[in-house]
Unconditional design. Structure first.
Ligand SMILES: Cc1cc2nc3c(=O)[nH]c(=O)nc-3n(C[C@H](O)[C@H](O)[C@H](O)COP(=O)(O)OP(=O)(O)OC[C@H]3O[C@@H](n4cnc5c(N)ncnc54)[C@H](O)[C@@H]3O)c2cc1C
Length: 421
């Protein structure tokens, strides 16, 4: 090991929800952290924080109380990563994470012990645990049915107010679609629209376009385009200009709500002692008893860092933490053993929409009770290496609706273990 490379307490590999959460938990505790990764699923995610909504997946049973669902899951499926945590740790991790998000200017809200209801792009209602504060009015709308407008924009693909209101009609008959032309010319992408609405004059123009439609209206819904860097100000100003409560509905990916999380994290990182190496991948890690030394970036522009602890948060196939080869699934950074079906033919159920899901979706890294990935002998691969988030074996986050919750709670548990060392 050379002494010229920068030294850190913790190297976080991966900058999706799990990596960001791990870095933030560690940074808040005063650890020096370096985090590397490129865009994770959070750019595509709706930004909702699911804890657990569905169990068992084969029955598609949707739970009102995520903690009751968690108890049932842990009892039925002791191999699920949530079983290593227990309710109290999950509860604590969410509370701390939401406190952090609030400090970053991204308040999330929800019920104490109940999943909230949010409207999706399709007009269906999804159950989730914590929602961005700017979506919260929709929950009241679904309950109280006030007269309301649902806005969409000519040229914004994948978001139709007519479809949303039609699908929601049995639950919210007083929600009426309105189509507007966005106040600025050019092709419409949610992130560009969100940036445009950070300018007060554009908000005033938009509100003016709705003025004729507002009589008797208590609420106005928009696609999630109300600002990226400062959504609080945009939301508040739109409510003032419209004289109505405003709510957002997630758009198709790329999602502004996911981008907001990323932007807020990156803005806060230096203050938390976190060095973010954005759009850079860890190419090679050498481990010895005391250090992890990692080469980050491309061969032409490479940085070497070393750290006493490492957290692997590289996600699954989409994030590129797992790679499917003809001979099987491999883990891409350390070459750790991946728990997977014995044979490729067993990866998928014959029925694409099988209620049980597909075995390949539960493939991943098996960890010990401290979230250290196991080697082929079933022992921790390294004393100070952890694995968190969707790369873990034994879960099917998309069907169980537990994606962000699993990322946050396992990141919290790994950092807590590290701090205890
Ligand atoms: C379309 C969509 C909608 C979703 N909606 C929701 C939702 O509504 N609610 C919810 O709770 N969850 C949702 N999720 C899921 C949630 O976003 C994921 O569960 C969560 O992002 C998993 O996070 P992760 O950090 O484990 O993995 P990922 O987000 O995949 O992140 C993996 C990271 O590892 C990095 N990486 C990989 N290899 C390397 C390397 N060699 N070096 C450095 N970095 C590397 C990648 O660049 C990436 O940054 C959604 C996901 C998608 C795709």
């Amino acid at each position: 090991m050379t002494s010229s490379v920068d030294a850190y307490d913790l190297l976080v590999i991966g900058s999706g929800m799990a990596g960001m959460a791990a870095a933030a938990f560690a940074g808040r505790k005063g650890l020096r952290v370096v985090l590397a990764g490129s865009s994770g699923q959070s750019h595509f995610s709706s930004g909702l924080l699911d804890l657990l909504a569905v169990h068992p997946v084969a029955e598609g049973k949707v739970w009102d109380d995520p903690f009751q669902a968690l108890e049932a899951l842990i009892s039925d499926d002791p191999d699920h990563p949530y079983a290593l945590l227990g309710s109290e740790t999950v509860r604590r991790s969410f509370a701390l994470f939401c406190d952090m998000l609030k400090d970053l200017g991204l308040p999330y809200t929800g019920h104490a012990d109940r999943n909230a209801s949010v409207i999706t792009t399709l007009g269906t209602v999804k159950r989730t645990f914590r929602v961005p504060a700017w979506m919260w009015n929709a929950e009241r709308g679904l309950r109280d049915n006030p007269a309301a407008l649902m806005v969409d924009f000519t040229g914004l693909k994948g978001f139709s107010a007519a479809r949303i209101t039609q699908t929601l009609a049995p639950r919210w008959p007083n929600l009426t679609p309105v189509r507007l032309s966005f106040p600025l010319p050019g092709p419409l992408y949610p992130e560009h629209m969100a940036a445009a609405l950070e300018v007060g004059a554009h908000r005033a123009t938009l509100a003016g376009m709705l003025a004729r439609r507002l009589r008797g209206v208590e609420m106005v819904g928009f696609p999630a385009i109300l600002g990226i860097a400062d959504p609080g100000t945009v939301h508040e100003d739109m409510e003032r200009l419209l004289g109505a409560r405003v709510f957002e509905v997630p758009t198709m990916p790329p999602s502004v709500t996911g981008l907001r999380l990323k932007a807020a994290f990156e803005a806060a990182a230096p203050g938390l002692g976190i060095r973010v190496m954005n759009q850079k991948l860890v190419r090679n890690v050498v481990r010895d008893k005391d250090w992890f030394q990692a080469d980050i970036g491309t061969r032409e522009s490479e940085t070497s860092v070393r750290a006493r602890f490492a957290i692997l948060a590289t996600g699954r196939f989409f994030g590129k933490g797992l790679l499917a080869r003809r001979t099987g699934v491999v883990e891409t950074v350390f070459g750790l053993p991946v728990e997977q079906p014995g044979d490729r033919t067993a990866w998928h159920d014959e029925a694409f929409l099988s209620g049980n899901g597909h075995a390949i979706n539960r493939a991943g890294l098996r960890v010990d009770s401290r979230f250290r990935p196991l080697n082929n002998d079933g022992l921790p691969a390294h004393e100070r290496l952890y694995a968190v988030g969707s790369i873990l074996a034994g879960q099917d986050w998309a069907r169980q609706k537990c994606g962000s919750g699993l990322a946050v709670a396992t990141a919290y548990a790994a950092v807590r273990d590290m701090l205890a060392q």
